[in-house]
Design a protein around this ligand. Structure first.
Ligand code: SAH
Length: 212
């Protein structure tokens, strides 16, 4: 596993320019966020099953998305789709003077991630069960929002939870294939940049995909 770990970070550091993002990735024990039967695969650059038909994202995608948020350290950040809590742990290290709210719609995953993040000492994170409106409108506005599930569009309700100057990183497309988008909220509206193709499990909800 040590060898795989070294190899993974060597590969990532060729693509990821942010030293802070690389340091955060190297410090989070990914093997703790995956089920024991796949923990030997924790440092492969692959998504892995975490139960409830959901997956923990591939480290490269976590890195790209995190870097695109351009965090300085004091932001209020929202994650939609806590899953295992791994992405939340990485984000928490990048906002040591800020706060992360992460919401998850599957109660069992929420409970597990909440307990693990607490046990590992990620103290500037609040884990909540997702409500009927996407995101966490009662806690906004946010300086950065990351959505770790696939959305058919850029949801208006998430844009409205962004502060002016705030960044939203979200996979947009079909249930099967998406493009990673980085949305900047401006005084006038939004500006969008494409970051590349990706594959996520679907975001479920009113402005997203129906459950099936
Ligand atoms: N970021 C996670 C991976 C998330 S997988 C990690 O690091 O492990 C996507 C997650 O989004 C799943 O757990 C799924 O249940 C959740 N999800 C889907 N629709 C959602 C919604 N509307 N609100 C919150 N979470 C949602």
């Amino acid at each position: 596993m040590l060898k795989a770990r070294r190899e993974l970070f060597r590969k990532l550091s060729k693509e990821i320019r942010s030293k802070a993002v690389m340091a955060a990735l190297e410090s989070v024990p990914r093997e703790r966020f995956v089920p024991p039967e796949v923990s030997h695969l924790a440092y492969q650059d692959k998504p892995l099953p975490i139960g409830a038909d959901q997956t923990i994202s591939q480290p490269f995608i976590v890195a790209i998305m995190t870097q695109a948020l351009e965090l300085q350290g004091n932001e209020r950040v929202l994650e939609v789709g806590t899953g295992s809590g791994y992405q939340a742990a990485v984000l928490s290290l990048l906002v040591p003077r800020g706060h992360l709210i992460t919401v998850e719609r599957v109660p069992a995953l929420k409970d597990k991630a909440k307990a693990l993040l607490k046990a590992l000492g990620y103290n500037n994170v609040t884990v909540e069960l997702a409500g009927p409106t996407l995101g966490a409108p009662q806690h906004g506005p946010f300086d950065a929002i990351i959505v770790t599930a696939a959305s058919p569009q850029i949801p208006d309700s998430l844009v409205s939870q962004l502060a002016v100057g705030g960044r939203l990183v979200i996979p947009v497309g079909t249930r099967e294939n998406q493009e990673l988008m980085r949305v900047l909220r401006t005084e006038e509206g939004i500006s969008v940049r494409w970051l590349g193709p990706c594959r996520f499990v679907p975001l479920i909800g009113k402005e997203a995909f129906p459950e099936r």
